[in-house]
Design a protein around this ligand. Structure first.
Ligand SMILES: Cc1cc2nc3c(=O)[nH]c(=O)nc-3n(C[C@H](O)[C@H](O)[C@H](O)COP(=O)(O)OP(=O)(O)OC[C@H]3O[C@@H](n4cnc5c(N)ncnc54)[C@H](O)[C@@H]3O)c2cc1C
Length: 478
């Protein structure tokens, strides 16, 4: 990074000429949407946003920037939660490379159960195209209407179906990547068996744009489920949630698609701040579980399995109440509650976020210990732990005490991170489960990661990007 130089007028002119009038924007007003973060945590700057239309243009842009030692920040749908796609946080002269114009689905091979798609395709559009072709792409997250598949790959996104289908990493069969010097690594062959040496594509999954620009991918598809059952359940406490989850795995096996949880305070925030969001249950309960099953059996059998599981839960006392969606509209209403939590929490005041994972069996202990630790430091703080129980991934988010000034609360960000991240790592977990490192957790990466891991990552970074132009200052400390 120390060798990087600001983009000169000459380089900017060359890039503009290369891409034509559709291929770039500059000036504070036009670059504004590309330099600030979804949550408003970071605002950066850039002299130029380039929007290449194809892989060849990406290659030419990187070759030019590499030649001039100018930093490049790849950007997808701009929904990342770690500041990874924000330019100019330390070096004011980085170029943003937006993939938004590269959004074509190149091909769907229904018999091979694969899709080949350009990086800038919005996830929801990809899901829909695959559904239209009679197949199923399982990656699903609340930001799916905006995030792009290239961003999902670059953050190794998790979401709500990891339990059954794995993280994005598990869905990638091949990648096309432009390296920092403009060379193109292309491996879009869509085979499931290929033991020809190092699995290079996996280096770029979760690399957050620090090793190259993902321009296209070949991804695994699955049979479209014939039946789906979705229920919202009321549960007493995290111990009961984990026991219920264990029982669900025993009873329903691979039919479980999602097993999500959130506490009463999250339901309150969603109902209060998001119009049209209402709990379908008659009363308020301490904790909720959203369980969804799906499979190739008939709808009647999928429903029957879910009902038997719910009856067993009521009989054992693990379940206090529950509602099974009777239509697609009711299913969507239930998911809206879960997907609305991040937005509602944002509207409920300042919040300090944590995206940690621990073994599923220690979730109750983790929530209890982390809640105690933050309350001791700041009485009145409001933990909102929600997330993907089935993967041990808890978004241990903290809302400000009601009477406190937001800025004063946010000043505690690092201190709270220190408490919560250290506890997650001590309990056998990770301080960054699915949102990545970006700019936000770069120092935590240095503090909490194994030094051998960090050494190897720096060696890989140096081998693939010797000038350090790719997303400088993100993920690894320079
Ligand atoms: C409401 C909400 C809910 C969310 N829920 C989840 C969730 O459940 N699970 C989860 O994992 N995440 C979640 N996220 C976070 C976010 O949506 C994901 O990280 C997503 O994968 C980012 O995709 P994007 O296209 O927006 O990437 P961006 O934000 O644009 O970029 C993210 C990172 O990837 C790099 N990048 C982007 N595109 C490329 C490319 N083509 N080549 C190389 N590098 C690239 C960027 O430089 C940056 O470092 C959520 C976010 C929001 C706002």
């Amino acid at each position: 990074m120390k060798n990087l130089k600001p983009a000169t007028e000459a380089l900017i002119g060359s890039l503009q000429e290369l891409l034509g009038p559709q291929g770039w924007v500059s000036g504070t007003a036009d670059t504004g949407p590309y330099v600030s973060e979804w949550r408003g945590l970071y605002t950066g700057s850039t002299p130029l946003v380039v929007k290449p239309a194809n892989t060849l243009e990406v290659s030419s842009v990187l070759a030019l920037c590499n030649e001039h030692c100018v930093g490049v920040v790849p950007q997808g749908g701009h929904t990342g939660l770690a500041g990874g796609a924000i330019p100019g946080l330390e070096d004011k002269a980085e170029i943003v490379l937006s993939l938004e114009r590269m959004n074509t689905i190149r091909s769907i091979d229904a018999d091979n159960f694969t899709v080949t798609v350009e990086a800038g395709c919005v996830l929801a559009n990809l899901q829909q195209a695959v559904t239209d072709a009679g197949r199923f792409f399982p990656l699903s997250l609340a930001s799916e209407g905006s995030c792009q598949i290239g961003g999902n790959i670059s953050t190794n996104a998790g979401g709500t179906a990891v339990l059954r289908y794995g993280n994005t990493r598990d869905l990638v069969l091949g990648l096309e990547v432009v390296l920092s010097d403009g060379r193109v690594l292309s491996n879009l062959n869509g085979v499931r068996k290929d033991n020809t040496g190092y699995d290079l594509k996996q280096l770029f999954v979760g690399a957050e744009g620090t090793l190259g620009v993902v321009t296209a991918a070949t991804l695994k598809l699955f049979p479209a489920p014939r039946g789906t059952a979705t229920a919202l359940l009321a549960v007493a406490d995290p111990g009961a949630i984990v026991r219920l989850f264990s029982g669900a795995r025993d009873a329903l096996g691979d039919e479980i698609l999602a097993f999500e949880t959130f506490p009463h305070i999250a339901m309150e925030m969603v109902e209060e701040h998001l119009p049209g969001h209402r709990s379908p249950l008659d009363a308020a309960y301490p904790w909720y579980v959203l369980i969804e099953t799906a499979g190739q059996l008939s709808q009647a059998l999928i429903d029957q399995h879910m009902l038997s599981f719910l009856e067993a839960g009521i009989e054992s006392g693990l379940l206090t109440d529950g509602v099974l969606a009777q239509s697609e509209a009711q299913r969507a209403e239930i998911w809206k509650l879960r997907h609305g939590i991040s937005e509602a929490q944002k509207l409920a005041g300042a919040s300090i976020k944590h995206d940690v994972s621990v073994p599923v069996s220690v979730i109750p202990d983790f929530i209890a210990r982390a809640s105690d630790a933050v309350a001791q430091r700041l009485p009145g703080i409001r933990p909102v732990p929600f997330g993907h129980v089935g993967d041990g991934n808890i978004h241990f988010n903290l809302s400000q005490p009601e009477a406190m000034e937001s800025g004063e609360f946010l000043d505690l960000w690092e201190e709270m991170n220190d408490l919560v991240h250290s506890l997650a790592v001590e309990m056998g977990g990770s301080f960054s489960a699915e949102h990545g490192i970006g700019y936000l957790k770069r120092d935590e990466m240095q503090r909490l990661s194994d030094p051998v891991d960090l050494d190897l990552m720096r060696a890989i970074k140096h081998a693939l990007d010797p000038q350090g132009i790719m997303n400088p200052g993100k993920l690894l400390l320079p």
